[in-house]
Ligand binder design. Sequence first.
Ligand code: AMP
Length: 504
Amino acid sequence: MQAPSDHAEQLDPYSSGPIELQDDLEGDTLREECGVFGIFGHPEAAAITALGLHALQHRGQEACGIVTFDGSRFHSERRLGLVGDTFSRREVIERLPGSTAVGHVRYSTTGATILRNVQPLFAELNAGGFAVGHNGNLTNGLSLRRELVKNGAMMQSTTDTEVILHLVAQSKRGHFVDRFIEALRAIEGAYSLVALTNKKLVGARDPLGIRPLVLGDLDGRPILTSETCALDMIGAKYVRDIEPGEIIVFDEEGAHTHKPFPPKPARPCIFEYIYFSRPDSIVGGRSVYEVRKAFGAQLARENHPDIDVVVPVPDSGVPAAVGYSQYSGVPFELGIIRNHYVGRTFIQPTQSVRELGVRMKHSANRAAIEGKRILLIDDSLVRGTTSKKIVRMMRDAGALEVHFRLASPPILYPDYYGIDLPDRGGLLAATHTLEEMREIIGADSLAFLSIDGMYRAMGYPGGRDPANPKFADHCFTGAYPTHLTDHSEAEPQPRQLSLLAEAS
Ligand code: AMP
């Protein structure tokens, strides 16, 4: 087997130069937000994968990559930047021949932005080439990595995903799928994987199904991807969700499913519904748009001040504001206009630049808010940067009163499964009371969706059952669904907030 023709290094116009040897192996784990795509047996595998990745761009805007196999060789293109910047070019797609492909979009916050971290990762194993793209974060990735390095492994990247390659390489089992399963037995945390060998396309979802992974069908060819919006983009049919703990393999003989883990109640990440997934996707059988509307309606049910208009913080607050307005009967107005040509706020690395980013991103629509008592809705509050700027902007544009509502509960704990959130010190709600937060953001009143209300909106009338919580909701409750091997120091308990009370 030959090594892939990887054009990343020599052709990348955004490359910051030679690979740095400094690393953060002893530091925080890498936090990544990602999307994956894979297709088997299609003559235009790379072009279709590029389109699929374009639909998943919201899941990661820092880097993207595609690896294909053409029957004798692997080919790889991995770049920093947006999918459209790289994969809309015909010559790039032409360098990716083959009928099987895997692709990845990525955004990470720690570790240098360097090409060797861009996925899909590729390794030459004794049984042949192996490429893998990963959405999620392992919670024992650092521990496994230290162990592997101690035993002589030479790591090429700083991603936790690379330990999977090494574990597969070191397995003594005969068949690829058995080696892959053995590797999965060693890892903990969240993973939705798409992998490629010279014979197979493989998909895998962690035993709790923390991150999403769906199966689609394009004219009889199987597709694996993070969200159904990628299937819609290419005109493929949704077939089903890959089940938690399922490993699915496609080769010339067809599809085979393996379920090597003891069954456990699933714990899909609730943040996919709140913020992360695209509203037109169906996640776990639920329309993300409808769920977000239900969160908004529930907010209105829980707490409804006297107001003239409901205004979303675009785009993330729009569905919840529609739901709030429909439930309460208060008119919905586009009081804030978003500039679509700036990246997501979080892409900016420092607080000062982040604040600048927020101002660049949103403008007040004076005609819709002047002289009115407005209720602003956003999906979540993290550092408070967005809300503070927006409240000031609304007052400057003549709003009489500005009430702020969040279509999720206060975020009190960090995430270790692939959502980019700061540690506790950076989470406004973990370090301030409701009244302090209201004062900081400068609103006339502030309220969050309650945890039970969030579950009611998801279709559980009894609210959250602590014995069977249904979702990975640790950001709000501290109930982490897996071992946190790399984060074993107990997180101090945050101050308890009165979640239902409105500060005014
Ligand atoms: P902040 O301004 O720090 O309070 O962040 C809240 C804003 O960031 C909201 O508008 C959210 O839509 C958005 N947001 C929430 N979680 C994330 C995330 N993990 N990555 C990027 N943006 C996020």
